[in-house]
Design a binder for this molecule. Structure first.
Ligand code: FAD
Ligand code: AMP
Length: 484
């Protein structure tokens, strides 16, 4: 029997590593188990987010955006650039360097906070024991007073499109293309498919997105989704809705390999050939072979670890956080759950506001939202008021040549409390965060309208949208207040 810990965490992604650091800060003897190792056997901390998710995708999005700016957008500022070229190998090396720096940084934070890092695959047994199997197949049993499961998620695989080397890939493979594919297919018009499709489209790929649903971005406010579709179309993304992929086949040899995709849409069965295909049809919880049958933790019908609002599982003193439990699969949601659980173990009464978790699509322009959207409020019969403000009326957006998009603010028709904010536009992710804070403090649209915003900033669009809720926007002609 090995050492006993106060808290043992399975998984060192943003949910698990943040929980570990917070537990250690609170004075608890903490260890975090992680199975992900590099080709030298060294542990890779940070999970999907740091290794193959949020960070590498944003590195590629930023590189490819700079390429587009240099190629097409500098001219309007009077800057001429003779020949703009993209060195894909250098772009990938930069991404890898950022990943290595950040994952190594988590190791440093573990040391600084006194978190023990255990390398191996953890399995939860009964009586708060965890069996860890290392790369050599050796097993050790650890004991703890409290256990936090943070094993995360993996890409969903679909039978019609099995992965084939570097030709048919998932999101991880799409971060590794060594050259820009001429013809790129993407299955799934979700957040990840749109972000990765955008990266390669900006670098010159002809990108076709095949989406089974008839509706584009159904979870996004309908006005913003409509505007987003228009913007993506202008950028050259060929988004085909109501298009279900039914089969794929890879043919050819070496660099000449290609993939033919069969799909059905309203007009029948068709096929199309691509050089590369990204399968981005969602993620699933990684809960298999993680739990011994008698450990007491139960799964829901979709394989998520079953938890309550406080992330407690059905087994006493065993918690689960992040992508492996219900709710949006977002790094910040998992990290906040990690903090909540650490603090609750330490006796605090911390609780997350699950109604106030922002969502972002990091394309250009960005799409970001918080709270309820118009279609949800309509469906619920909730009376609301809307104020919108376009970036085309913002002096700062004009100065930056970033005038596409709008801010849409929604407030309760009676109390004026802010119910949601939906943005497509420059720095939308950062702008929406201001409204997240406002909502957290129970603000009304009038509170935001009475707040002083620096001039000239993109943030003024949030201010003007709040003013527009009451029909008082200054820099656009006001329509009569729109109430539902
Ligand atoms: P994970 O990050 O998946 O970490 C789980 C860890 O547990 C892994 O390291 C895994 O190896 C380890 N593990 C699993 N089983 C065991 C076991 N039995 N024993 C030991 N270790 C185990 N989210 C955002 O919020 N913003 C974004 O911009 C964003 N972009 C994304 C882009 C892409 C391409 C992808 C794929 C995802 C993106 N996400 C983004 C989602 C985000 O990455 C996840 O929500 C987040 O990583 C989930 O955190 P987690 O800690 O729950 O799980
Ligand atoms: P998300 O879950 O946000 O990552 O989005 C994944 C998307 O993939 C969803 O919108 C699904 O409708 C879509 N999808 C799943 N299977 C298929 C398929 N066989 N063909 C086309 N789209 C699909």
């Amino acid at each position: 029997m090995s050492e006993k810990y106060q808290v043992l965490i399975i998984g060192a992604g943003p949910a698990g590593y943040v929980a570990a650091i917070r537990c250690a800060q609170l004075g608890m003897k903490t260890a975090c188990i992680e199975k992900w190792v590099d080709n030298k056997g060294a542990v890779k901390l940070g999970g999907t987010c740091l290794n193959v998710g949020c960070i590498p995708s944003k590195a590629l999005l930023d590189s490819s955006h700079k390429f587009v700016e240099a190629k097409h957008d500098f001219d309007i500022h009077g800057i001429s650039v003779d020949e703009v070229k993209m060195d894909v190998a250098k772009m990938l090396a930069r991404k890898e360097k950022i990943v290595t720096q950040l994952t190594g940084g988590i190791g440093g934070l573990f040391k600084a906070n006194g978190v023990t890092s255990i390398v191996g695959k953890g399995k939860l047994l009964a009586n708060k024991q965890v069996e860890v199997t290392n790369e050599a197949g050796e097993q050790t049993i650890y004991h703890a007073d409290h256990i936090i499961i943070a094993a995360g998620s993996v890409p969903v695989a679909i039978p019609p499109a099995p992965l084939v080397d570097d030709v048919v890939v998932d999101s991880t493979g799409a971060l590794e293309f060594t050259a820009v594919p001429k013809r790129l297919g993407v299955i799934g018009a979700g957040v990840i498919g749109l972000e990765l499709g955008s990266v390669w489209a900006r670098l010159g790929a002809k990108v076709t997105v095949l989406e089974a649903l008839d509706e584009f971005l159904p979870a996004v406010d309908m006005t913003i989704a409509k505007e987003t579709k228009k913007v993506f179309k202008k950028q050259g993304l060929d988004i085909r809705l109501g298009t279900r992929v039914t089969a794929t086949s890879v043919t050819g040899e070496g660099d000449a390999r290609e993939v033919t995709v069969e799909y059905s849409d309203a007009s029948g069965t068709k096929s199309e050939t691509f050089d590369k295909l990204i399968v981005c049809v969602g993620r699933r919880p990684l809960s298999e072979s993680l739990l011994a049958p008698d450990c007491g933790v139960t799964l829901d019908e979709r394989g998520f670890v079953f938890v309550n609002e406080q992330c407690e599982t059905d087994a006493r003193d065993v918690y689960a956080v992040g992508d492996i439990v219900r709710g949006p699969m977002l790094a910040h949601k998992g990290s906040e759950e990690g903090v909540m659980v650490a603090e609750r173990i330490a006796g605090k009464k911390t609780q997350i506001n699950y109604d106030n978790i922002p969502g972002v699509i990091y394309t250009h322009p960005e799409i970001a939202w918080i709270g309820k959207n118009e279609q949800e409020l309509k469906a619920a019969g909730h009376d609301y008021k809307v104020g919108t403000f376009p970036f085309s009326a913002s002096g700062r957006a004009m100065a930056a040549n970033e005038t596409t998009g709008m801010v849409k603010m929604i407030a309760d028709a009676t109390t004026d409390r802010i119910l949601g904010c939906h943005i497509i536009g420059p720095s939308a992710a950062d702008l929406v965060q201001q409204v997240v804070i406002a909502i957290e403090f129970g603000a009304s649209s009038e509170d935001l309208a009475l707040t002083v915003f620096s001039h000239p900033t993109l943030s003024e669009t949030v201010h003007e949208a709040a003013l527009a809720v009451a029909g008082h926007a200054i820099h656009i002609p006001n329509k009569p207040p729109r109430k539902k």
